[in-house]
Design a protein around this ligand. Sequence first.
Ligand code: NAP
Length: 310
Amino acid sequence: MQVPETISAGELIANPGMAASFDPPLRLGVFGDPVAHSRSPVFQNAALRACGMHASYTRIHAHASDFPKALRALPQAGFIGANVTIPHKGAALEAVDWADDYARAAGSVNTILVEGEKLLGFNTDGPGLVRAVREEFSVDLRDLRVVLLGAGGGAGRAIAVQCALEGCERLVLANRTLEKAARLARELAPRFLAEKISGPGERIAAISMEAGALKQELANADIVINATSLGMKRSDPPVLPPALITPNLLVFDTVYSSGVSRLLEDAAAAGARCANGLSMLLHQGALSFETWFNQPAPLDAMRRTLASTP
Ligand code: NAP
């Protein structure tokens, strides 16, 4: 029997042995609530097939109350590892036995490796974005002046920490709730003390999402990254006033769920180079695969499947 598209955390807790009863056996999955939107099974199963691995990957719907217990069932269920998506990434950091430095700094875990009875935590979102920016724009994130929209959210924090680790030329943290961005800027400031290469001004700053402040910062930026949840629905208001997008700006929208988002439509109309979050999704998933199997991920097979499956 093939594994269903979604199982519940409750089923896994009650009967960890069920994982072995599927063909191929269930050895990996993504936890979330909701989780139906996750495209990870599509390309992770393609990767497993391309590498000839007798294992499958599925969605695991987990309420917050079930989530830590379901993680503890993974070793007994014979899982190799798991991914974690909204809203459990912070709880996953609390639940694992060990987490790497980046996951701890990002405050969240999106990848778990089962080692014996222990759960090891990693976060591949930031490193996935670095690879995606390289692939989409043929530039390195570390060389760019970044304006990050949605710096107060989980993805925003992970990206901001990655920008700090990369030693980005400049980082402007923009958030609807300014205090969250200001707190993060204070926390990351020690990583931005070295003298910058171009122009005067602070290397790290926090601003609100107000048009005037954004206009001033975007005029001195190379890339704007949308890590807000705006754009997931077509009815969402624009994340940026279109008039602020100039042709020299690179525009990366981490959102991928709605095809071409309004931000990307506005960026294309302004003549700016732009990319949606599919490449970040692909690369964070490829890095998860590398974490589980300690071998390169079959990127071409994963990319092809992702592109051909809605
Ligand atoms: P989250 O923790 O809920 O954060 C949401 C962020 O959006 C916060 O900064 C929030 O600001 C801001 N926001 C929400 N509504 C807003 C509005 N009406 N106006 C302005 N700002 C608003 O969500 P998350 O987990 O970080 O996810 C954010 C996005 O990242 C999602 O679209 C997700 O798809 C994307 N993502 C993509 C990938 C990928 O692989 N491509 C990976 C991870 C995440 P406040 O702080 O003021 O509430």
